[in-house]
Design a protein around this ligand. Structure first.
Ligand SMILES: C[S@@+](CC[C@H](N)C(=O)[O-])C[C@H]1O[C@@H](n2cnc3c(N)ncnc32)[C@H](O)[C@@H]1O
Length: 240
């Protein structure tokens, strides 16, 4: 279950290796269990879903949605027939980088799932492509669809003293030097290609939306740190 290279739009890493890396992080750090009901927001072309098919076998299930139709269609055609507890939906939300003609605004989009229906919600490299108002609405939606005590696992690029110093020293793989309202991009001509947020803003925004961040956060290697958990920063939070 690996899509053809020509269909790939979710980054450069090895499809299988990245999926397996995150399955380990979800279980070791995020508390994912085989019986969990799981939501993958921005599921892309199934990179996280495929390795989870061998894990969510204890009565658990998986729902994923994305705004790129061809990715969702590949997952529906290749994963669901073999694993009927894996479900995929296309959401026609606008994003200048991934779905410029989308109908719905991310800043007001309601996830197509009931309140308190998931134990574990994750977003891998999705908030790295969303503006603050969009991210804030999605964070509120994550809290809405999580059960009490459920966990979210989110990767993003966080700006703090250390990452800003490393960017200034040119040690970072992401050159976040173009400020926009409430965020910073690497490229003002394609802002949603890569976005970073102040860590202090993310902390207060998660709290406002009803998610309590588990300390410590897990800084990533993206800016040239010698010690890290993954490439992007990882934020794990629970619903009170
Ligand atoms: C770098 S890819 C990561 C895909 C997937 N999470 C993975 O790790 O393989 C970013 C994904 O975010 C999705 N995305 C961007 N904006 C979105 C939005 N508003 N709602 C849902 N997905 C979105 C894109 O379509 C794309 O699939």
């Amino acid at each position: 279950m690996v899509p053809p290279r020509t269909m790939y739009f979710v980054g450069d890493g090895d499809y299988k290796a990245v999926g397996l890396e995150f399955r380990r992080l979800f279980t070791e750090y995020g508390g994912l269990k085989p019986e969990h009901h799981v939501l993958d927001v921005g599921c892309g072309i199934g990179r996280m879903a495929v390795p989870l098919t061998g894990y969510l076998t204890g009565g658990g299930d998986y729902h994923g949605f994305d705004i790129v139709k061809k990715g969702v269609e590949w997952c529906q055609a290749n994963i669901t027939p073999r694993h009927p507890n894996f479900h995929f939906l296309h959401s026609d939300v606008r994003n200048r980088f991934y779905n410029p003609d989308g109908v719905y605004e991310a800043s007001s989009y309601r996830f197509p799932y009931d309140d308190a229906s998931f134990d574990f919600v994750f977003l891998t490299s999705v908030f790295t492509h969303m503006f603050p108002a969009d991210m804030e609405n999605y964070t509120r939606e994550i809290a809405r669809v999580l059960k009490a005590g459920g966990s979210s696992f989110v990767t993003m690029f966080l700006l703090n003293e250390e990452s800003k110093r490393l960017i200034e020293k040119r040690s970072s793989t992401q050159n976040f030097v173009c400020p926009l309202e409430g965020c910073v991009t690497t490229d003002p001509t394609n802002p949603e290609g890569s976005l970073a947020f102040e860590e202090s803003y993310v902390r207060s925004m998660f709290g406002r939306c009803g998610l309590a961040i588990l300390e410590p956060m897990h800084p990533g290697s993206w800016c040239g740190r010698p010690e890290f958990l993954s490439y992007q920063d990882v934020v794990i939070a629970t619903k009170a």
